[in-house]
Design a protein around this ligand. Structure first.
Ligand code: SAH
Length: 233
């Protein structure tokens, strides 16, 4: 799978994909991440990418021209499986279900906003969807793009060593997850400062472990995320 990122801060992305699962996926050729500098598509001497908002008000707005030109030169012809995603606080909320859906695409192009945002014509006439990573305002789309790429890349087949392991994580409604939180986990030592690992986990009884985990996942969801329980709560 190929991810493109359009940004005015290409150096920002030297960190987020250089570790762990995503790095291994890149090294194995399962995902490719191409960072594009929006300023490459400016034509004036100052390489300006933004301008003041019509109607007045604070801050600057990213202009449409460089963004349209960038997307049209990265993808001179749009093919199925190529989606433009505008990171935006006004977007649909990014959830695991959206990550699953996006992992089936061939190529994503993530457009990062800055300042007050992006000229609305990008959302209306260029992006296939607007995506928000949560109900808060970030200072730019770069962190959001890194979040989306990380969550989607690990779902690309072959990236997580064990094909089924993503099915047993929080929010997945496959496996034992039912869209709830994952069950809590423990590791050695069995006794840490007097806090013992639950006995059932060292019992060796797999069926009992499985049903106990399911119950603990429900308990934890009820406590921390009752919103996820919905009707099945
Ligand atoms: N004026 C806007 C915020 C702009 S923040 C508002 O009040 O809604 C600048 C940029 O940061 C946005 O263009 C977007 O690309 C990014 N951004 C901010 N919050 C975000 C969020 N919750 N999810 C995804 N991107 C976000």
């Amino acid at each position: 799978m190929i991810f493109h990122v359009l940004t005015i801060f290409p150096e920002f992305f030297e960190g987020p994909f250089a570790y762990g699962v995503v790095k291994r996926a890149k090294d194995a050729g399962l995902v490719e991440i191409r960072i594009h500098n929006l300023r490459n598509w400016t034509s004036d001497r100052h390489q300006s990418v933004d301008d003041r908002p019509f109607g007045g008000g604070e801050g600057m707005v990213l202009k449409p021209e460089p963004i349209f030109m960038a997307v049209e030169s990265i993808w001179p012809e749009r093919r199925p499986g190529q989606r433009v995603i505008l990171l935006s606080a006004h977007g649909c909320l990014f959830r695991q279900a959206m990550a699953n859906r996006l992992a089936e695409e061939a190529e994503l192009l993530l457009v990062c906003g800055r300042d007050e945002g992006v000229d609305e014509r990008v959302a209306e006439h260029l992006a296939d969807e607007e995506v928000s990573i949560g109900n808060y305002v970030l200072s730019g789309g770069e962190l959001a793009a890194a979040v989306v790429i990380d969550a989607v890349a690990r779902l690309v087949p072959g990236v997580l060593g064990n094909e089924t392991s993503a099915a047993f994580e929080s929010f997945q409604d496959t496996g034992h997850g039912e869209g709830l939180l994952d069950c809590p986990h423990w590791t050695r030592p069995a006794d840490f400062r007097g806090w013992r690992v639950p006995e059932v986990l060292i019992s060796g009884n797999h069926a009992e472990v499985a049903s106990w985990r399911k119950e603990r996942a429900r308990q934890k969801t009820r406590r921390n995320r009752p919103d996820l329980l919905g009707e099945i709560g």
